[in-house]
Design a protein around this ligand. Structure first.
Ligand code: MN
Length: 208
């Protein structure tokens, strides 16, 4: 996520139908090509009038929101957040079947959550209880893992808190397939987590 203006919508790292049956091709087409792409376009639109910030990375824009001019803070927060959150969300899924954390990272999950099942319960509970639109996250802070939630397109990204996994629980992420059944979407999403990628992000986060 070290890109700068003009931001490009990154392609899905798999085919649109690769996550079926848990997530339909139709959902991913709308979610990636319409929702995510709109955040990219809006972010570029805002920054096009503010050359001073065009060499800032997406992460820097979000970490240092309070240093931006007040009249673009909300726009960057919503649209920059929308770009960052969707990129992480899409990257953290895969369609090769259920997997679990392995090796050292499995031990870290056990250290911080007692067991994988307990992590699943905590994360599922958090994602289920997000009121309205938002995300549940697994974050790394000083090497330690925890589960947090955010509303709208807010992110938990700060100098100390590094997101390594997220689930989008906006209705647009599941409504076409699951209608109001967010809990079923969350259960099935667990089949899709790309733990290899999450582990890579953990290693980066815990070493920086
Ligand atoms: Mn979304």
């Amino acid at each position: 996520m070290n890109e700068t203006f003009p931001f490009q919508a990154e392609p899905l790292p798999y085919a649109y139908n690769a996550l079926e049956p848990e997530l339909s091709k139709e959902i991913l087409e709308f979610h990636h090509d319409k929702h995510y792409k709109t955040y990219v376009d809006n972010l570029n639109g805002i920054l096009s009038d503010f050359p001073k910030y065009q060499d800032w990375t997406l992460e820097n824009l979000l970490i240092h929101l309070e240093d931006l001019p007040t009249d673009i803070q909300t726009g960057i927060r919503n649209n920059g957040g929308g770009v960052y959150n969707h990129q992480l969300y899409f990257r953290c899924m895969q369609g090769n079947g259920f997997s679990m954390p392995e090796g050292d990272f499995a031990n870290i999950i056990h250290r911080d959550f007692e067991s994988f099942d307990n992590f699943s319960r905590i994360f599922t509970n958090a994602a289920t209880k997000v009121f309205g639109s938002g995300y549940a996250w697994l974050v790394c802070e000083n090497g330690k893992l925890s589960v947090v939630t955010t509303g709208n397109q807010d992110t938990p990204i700060t100098n100390s808190q590094k997101p390594i996994l997220c689930i989008d629980v906006w209705e647009h992420a599941y409504y076409l397939q699951y209608q109001n059944r967010r809990a079923d979407y969350i259960t099935n999403w667990f089949q899709l987590i790309n733990w290899d990628y999450v582990n890579t992000l953990y290693l980066q986060a815990s070493q920086s």
